[in-house]
Design a protein around this ligand. Structure first.
Ligand SMILES: [Zn+2]
Ligand SMILES: [Zn+2]
Length: 305
């Protein structure tokens, strides 16, 4: 008998935990660099040294991301049958010598490179070609990172972060990475001992504001449904959270619908619509006419009304 058969939920939570771990590593570099820039500015040479010192950890983050994608694919295969994950012929299977059953994990699993093939063979809806290309390039990069010490292999922290968002979107559909990351922060180990999650919203704001800054307009639109080319406003709720700890820009909200008399701002970090009134800002020199009643600020300049 085969025992300890894994479930879809177990694979999914393991996959997301890998994404979260990789994200944690990668985002920490982006935020420290941003912080250093804010204090005293960073010379080009020092930035180079910074990334050189970060190199191994960024590589590790990439490897962990790839493991997360593999786990997520395994989860999808398990949804059809967990036994599809067992590789090799029955003559190679482990023996149940004690009669207590054989643990599922004692069987050899199919190779990572076959996951898409198996998935597509058993699912009515195949993974799209974009996914296969992404998966293949990530797998190759990961193999290089695992098996060589070639100093020319370079993975940027932005690549890792974009990979995580993109794979999460591809694998978990409409569930946003922002939401998943927020859940992980609320349930983090630190939150258990400090009995305090007050800072979590501000941290989410800080991370995604940093990410939003470097995304290409096409990526921001695809991942977060925000057109970077339209006029960007301060999200009053994110600003409120961020201001309690530190100041950082929360200018990534857009009018929805994007019309002159529109009365709602969409924020991808809060994932909600905020009501605004279309009246002129009371600050001289500010051309803004999008005011948050709830937080009593101008969403263009951020000043109190
Ligand atoms: Zn917001
Ligand atoms: Zn204003």
């Amino acid at each position: 008998m085969i025992k300890d058969i894994p479930t879809v939920a177990e694979f999914d939570s393991a996959a997301k935990a890998q994404f979260d771990f990789a994200w944690d590593i990668a985002i920490s570099f982006l935020l420290s660099l941003e912080e250093a820039r804010g204090y005293a500015g960073v010379e080009e040479e020092d930035e180079k040294a910074f990334w050189e010192a970060a190199r191994q950890r960024v590589m590790t983050a990439l490897i962990v991301t790839q493991q997360g994608v593999e786990l997520a694919l395994k989860g999808r295969i398990v949804a059809v049958s967990p036994f599809l994950l067992i590789a090799g012929s029955p003559s190679d299977w482990p023996k149940d010598s004690t009669g207590a059953g054989i643990s599922f994990s004692d069987f050899r699993a199919i190779d990572a490179q076959d996951l898409i093939k198996v998935h597509d063979a058993v699912h009515e809806e195949k993974l799209n070609s974009e996914f296969s290309v992404l998966f293949d390039s990530l797998r190759k990069l990961r193999n290089k990172a695992m098996h060589t010490v070639d100093r020319n292999i370079n993975v940027s922290v932005k690549e890792v972060l974009v990979n995580i968002i993109e794979f999460h979107k591809n694998l978990y559909g409409d569930a946003s990475w922002v939401e998943t990351r927020r859940d992980f922060l609320y349930n983090s180990a630190a939150a258990r001992v400090f009995f305090d999650t007050e800072h979590v919203e501000a941290l989410v704001v800080r991370e995604f504001s940093a990410v939003f800054k470097f995304l290409e307009p096409a990526q921001a639109l695809k991942f977060f449904n925000v057109n970077k080319r339209s006029r960007l406003y301060i999200c009053p709720e994110c600003k409120h959270e961020a201001d309690r700890f530190d100041f950082f820009e929360t200018r990534y909200a857009v009018l929805r619908p994007n019309e002159p008399n529109s009365e709602s701002l969409f924020c991808f970090v809060c994932d909600s619509l905020h009501s605004v009134v279309r009246e002129d800002c009371c600050q001289g020199g500010c051309p803004g006419n999008v005011l948050s009643l709830e937080y009593d600020i101008c969403c263009t300049c951020g000043e109190d009304q």
